[in-house]
Design a protein around this ligand. Structure first.
Ligand code: SF4
Length: 83
């Protein structure tokens, strides 16, 4: 199980459009998902199947994640950890 905080990861696991096996951590600040979990992207035509670790420029912060969205989150930056 991997923990993906939207603050650090702009990937499918933290994206509003992903429908796959994930949960929230206790503080509701991060998504917990298996790195190899596969789900459907509701945004892309045909609901393309994507790994939790996939990403794209249409990323949108999962609305169930609490806290204040980081600067640039709405712009949907690609997945990358913040150093
Ligand atoms: S492919 Fe892009 S829009 Fe679709 S769930 Fe993943 S990050 Fe979100």
């Amino acid at each position: 199980m991997c923990i993906f905080a939207a603050r650090d990861w702009k990937n499918c696991a933290t994206c509003e459009y992903w429908v796959g096996p994930r949960t929230l951590d206790d503080r509701q600040q991060a998504a917990e998902a298996d790195g190899m979990a596969v789900g459907a992207c509701r945004l892309q035509k045909g609901h393309v199947r994507k790994y939790a670790t996939s990403s794209c420029y249409h990323w949108r912060r999962w609305s169930r994640l609490g806290g204040t969205p980081p600067a640039g989150a709405a712009a949907g930056r690609p997945a990358s950890p913040v150093a």
